[in-house]
Design a protein around this ligand. Structure first.
Ligand code: SER
Length: 594
């Protein structure tokens, strides 16, 4: 049996011996690259090296890079799709090109890893007329020279064998690629030579992108120009490699996942294999993302993390894992990373990571149950179902009210034989996001969407209500700035508040906290929002639809959120300071504390 460590060492030693410098992997959160959510390939942190804008550390390099790819999130649970993996990558920057890359890939697989060459198949780029990119006949010649017969060479189009970092609108270096596949045998599907069908899902598993031949640059309009120099970018998923080399059925049977799968099996009442795999995968990826300092939220990286954690929690419920076992499961996952020598550089202690995960668990576990109940009620009403499809407005409602990522709704729907229109859901989601963005630009003043900041944001609404209650309804917000540490709230008022008034406002807010009032969000037209008597900055810049947050009968504000679900989450509110801000404007600094 190969171990992870042997595979890493064999790979790194081979390329080092051939003049490649071993470089460190980068954090999974890209530095200075707002176009990319997560590092998704070994080359991603080096985009500028390929374009010649940045000097490489060496002309030949290699490393082991942690990557996140959630694009295939629906396929996770099958044999080898994962939301995160380690990529074995090697690069030639303006040095050797197709001949060298193909030689190294072939030699490493057949000599370094002793794979019989009969087991190997390769794909090459067949050209794309529309984009003006010719077929890669040169690679075919090099494969043949190395001993791969014509019958093991498959020609593929742009979708399969042209590698770029994203879609049509993502600018970056790119080029045709040639990939190596391993034949896992007749028990996994039809033979290519006999049927002409290249089953790259089951029988033939991609184990090495032997070379992206980086010679083009794609701009954000999808136009291609030639790069100044020709480079090579290769990559192989380590978790797939260890599965393949050991002849295992799935990536979950390898030392990367097996102890976690076994733990789940031993601790669950209903060990559904797909759920076990989804939990093991999502927990591992969540740990990587939490360790990179990302907090769960409804936007960008935070939302990827939230979806992974929440979907994992739902599957924990499916298999009947007790909640009290979750911290142990996370600890085991982190301990195993260390044991097999495949761990990130830790930025947080293991306890801190468990706490962050459990905080999201606490937020979601209650609404999961309520949401499942609501879902069951919705599907009983036939108005919500058309032609086997759940109304996407319901899917959006489940997201908006109960925090259900689409994946969860899709899974619940499929258990009832229903589908969800993803496109329609995404349109509603984008519309909602647009509203939040437009409003946010004008008003929110939130430094981030961490849990502390969100609590302080709700505290700001209660504070404004308290000030209006104590000082009069002519008092309004003039400015707001919230960091995870404190809130700062400016309001119009002519004089210094007395200590009694300050105390009274503080007590008002603390009473609202101890009354445990739900915070309710509604979406409506600007006109309707005005009619409800909501306060806020009414401007036509908001766009058509706005959201209104209501806290019992004490506060109603036009606001983009986010907020806590219930005032009790704030625990306790304390005013630190009341001071002058500018003429006729006072400033309060306050905190919430446990
Ligand atoms: N960037 C290429 C890929 O991701 C080679 O690593 O497949």
């Amino acid at each position: 049996m190969y171990t992870v460590k042997q595979i890493k060492d064999t790979f790194l030693n081979y390329f080092e011996k051939n003049g490649h410098k071993i470089i460190d992997g980068a954090s999974i959160v890209p530095e200075n690259d707002p176009t990319l959510l997560f590092i998704n390939a070994g080359m991603a942190p080096m985009k500028k090296v390929f374009t010649g804008e940045q000097e490489p550390q060496a002309k030949r390099m290699c490393n082991v890079q942690n990557c996140i790819r959630t694009i295939d999130i629906d396929s996770i649970g099958d044999r080898h799709h994962l939301s995160s993996f380690y990529m074995l990558g090697s690069w030639s920057i303006g040095d050797y090109f197709k001949e060298g890359a193909i030689h190294y890939a072939f030699e490493l697989l057949t000599k370094g890893f002793n794979i019989p060459k009969e087991k190997l198949y390769v794909t090459v780029f067949s050209g794309d007329e529309k984009r003006g990119i010719p077929a890669d006949n040169e690679s075919i010649e090099h494969w043949k020279k190395n001993g791969i017969p014509e019958s093991h060479i498959i020609r593929c189009g742009f979708e399969d064998n042209f590698w770029r970092i994203g879609g049509d609108h993502d600018a970056g270096p790119c080029g045709p690629c040639t990939e190596m596949f391993y034949d896992t045998g007749a028990e996994h599907g039809a033979n290519y030579e006999e049927t002409g069908i290249f089953d790259d899902k089951n029988r033939y598993i991609e184990i090495w992108n032997a070379g992206v031949f980086m010679e083009y640059y794609q701009d954000e309009n999808g136009n291609y120009t030639k790069l100044k120099m020709k480079s090579v970018d290769t990559g192989s998923g380590l978790e797939r490699m260890i599965m393949t080399l050991n002849g295992l059925e799935s990536a979950y049977d390898t030392e990367v996942f097996l102890p976690i799968i076994e733990y789940l099996q031993n601790n669950s009442k209903n060990p559904v294999l797909e759920s076990l795999r989804i939990i093991a995968d999502h927990v591992r990826t969540s740990i990587f993302i939490l360790n990179a300092g990302v907090e769960p939220s409804n936007v960008k990286r935070g939302y990827v993390l939230r979806r992974l954690i929440r979907r994992a929690i739902r599957h924990m419920r499916t298999i009947g894992l007790e909640d009290s076992k979750i911290p142990e499961l996370l600890m085991l996952t982190m301990d195993n990373m260390k044991k097999i020598d495949l761990e990130p550089k830790w930025n947080y202690s293991k306890n801190e990571i468990v706490d962050k995960f459990m905080a999201e668990f606490a937020k979601f576990s209650k609404s999961l149950e309520q949401g499942v109940k609501a879902f069951n009620d919705y599907v009983k009403d036939e108005n919500n179902i058309k032609g086997g499809k759940l109304d996407s407005k319901i899917a959006f409602k489940l997201f908006d009210t109960f925090g259900f990522p689409l994946e969860i709704t899709k899974e619940l729907a499929s258990e009832k034989g229903l589908t969800v229109d993803e496109k329609e859901f995404n349109e509603l989601f984008e519309k909602h996001r647009e509203i939040s963005k437009t409003e946010g630009t004008f008003k929110s003043g939130l430094a981030d969407h961490s849990e502390e900041t969100i609590k302080l944001h709700t505290a700001t609404h209660l504070l404004q209500a308290g000030l209006r209650h104590v000082l009069g309804n002519h008092v309004y917000q003039r400015g707001s700035n919230i960091t995870p540490e404190r809130l700062r709230f400016d309001f119009n008022f002519e004089r210094k508040m007395t200590p009694e008034e300050v105390k009274e406002v503080e007590n008002f807010v603390n009473k609202a906290i101890s009354d445990a009032i739900p915070v309710v969000r509604e979406e409506m037209s600007l006109e309707d929002a005005k009619k409800t008597g909501a306060i806020g900055l009414f401007t036509d810049k908001y766009g058509d639809r706005v959201s209104v947050y209501t806290i019992g009968n004490i506060s109603k504000e036009l606001c983009s959120g986010p907020h806590v679900n219930n005032t009790s989450e704030l625990k306790h509110f304390r005013i630190l300071k009341e001071e002058s801000s500018s003429s006729g404007v006072r400033r309060i600094k306050a905190v919430v504390e446990n």
